[in-house]
Design a protein around this ligand. Sequence first.
Ligand SMILES: NC(=O)c1ccc[n+]([C@@H]2O[C@H](COP(=O)([O-])OP(=O)(O)OC[C@H]3O[C@@H](n4cnc5c(N)ncnc54)[C@H](OP(=O)(O)O)[C@@H]3O)[C@@H](O)[C@H]2O)c1
Length: 355
Amino acid sequence: MTKKKAAILGSSGMIGQRFSHMLDGHPYFDVVAYCASDRSEGKRLADVWKLPDIELGPSLGSKAIAGTDPAALAKEGVEVVFSGLPSEVAGPVEDACAEEGMAVYSNAASHRTDPDTPILLPEINPDHLAAVEAQRRRRRKGGYIVTNANCSVTGLALGLKPLIDAFRFTEVYVATYQALSGAGYPGVSSLDILGNVLPHIKTEEEKMSSEGKKILGGFSNGRFVDSPVHIEASCARVGTRDGHLEAVFIHHKGMPDADKITKAFSEFRARPQELGLPSAPLKPIIVRREHDRPQPKLDVNAGEPVRARGMAVTVGRVRVSEDHLRFYLLVHNTIRGGAGGSVLNAELAYREGLI
Ligand SMILES: NC(=O)c1ccc[n+]([C@@H]2O[C@H](COP(=O)([O-])OP(=O)(O)OC[C@H]3O[C@@H](n4cnc5c(N)ncnc54)[C@H](OP(=O)(O)O)[C@@H]3O)[C@@H](O)[C@H]2O)c1
């Protein structure tokens, strides 16, 4: 297999650092450019590194950070771009990369609502990847953009998928307890969050609802078709470092019992597992049976093999009472809900011959 030349945009940020780690020694992609703003230009990755759980080796740490210039990346022969840019910046920069012929895998919200841009989640909607064909036709040099979803809806959608396959329901209620790394670096002021919970995260509840409909929906005759499933969310920021915990409630007449639901979670496998994609967790959903799990501290890095650490979601406290199902779910917001989601998307595209 020939490795494709890749670049990371926003390489000094929370998501960018996860990209740098996950793509180091990757079997399909060879990162040749680490980009950020002119504030970081000229620094090395070691100068900006803030991930306490990853020991930065000398080789990765010595990578130089460049400015962000799509034309220069194209000249360097970059074919794949991994974007961890803030949404205010990402729109035009990602467009410019796609116009230069590159395949862009983005974490930003800027293009998620575009009519020919998928919000891809390979375990749920691998068929949505076909939408990029329309982009390739309209763009000057045949590039395209694929996005991944907001971090909290990514975890939720993964947890919902086996349940949607097993029984029909149309309303989901969820309360989230979201980690600080979800707000980037430096993020929320310590004086605002210490000993406190913030019961509002700007546009998060709206995104969970609208993006959930697109991810869980269909793609036919070149159009995305919204799912009938409606997600009603209440989102709070809490003082954890990584991992969004979510309390999920579903009402359904004729709800299966807790054992059947647990079985559906545990047995769930999909396209990434069939293909054996490098960052695909062997089990996308891990069920914990202890009464006090999942916990961000203990379960945030769930997922095997080593390359898929943080790529599995963990569910627990599955309870059914009459027609009501309740469970907790945990997703690593900067890995499965962030950089890892984009890496998995690009791995699928590589194997489908789209990179
Ligand atoms: N954090 C999460 O859990 C999460 C999850 C899913 C999606 N996302 C999305 O991922 C994106 C990145 O989030 P983050 O948390 O990693 O943010 P972050 O920590 O604030 O990092 C932002 C990155 O973008 C760079 N940047 C900012 N302005 C730029 C400009 N004008 N030109 C070029 N580069 C620029 C920054 O470079 P400098 O360091 O040089 O300023 C930094 O590398 C956002 O769109 C966010 O919504 C985040």
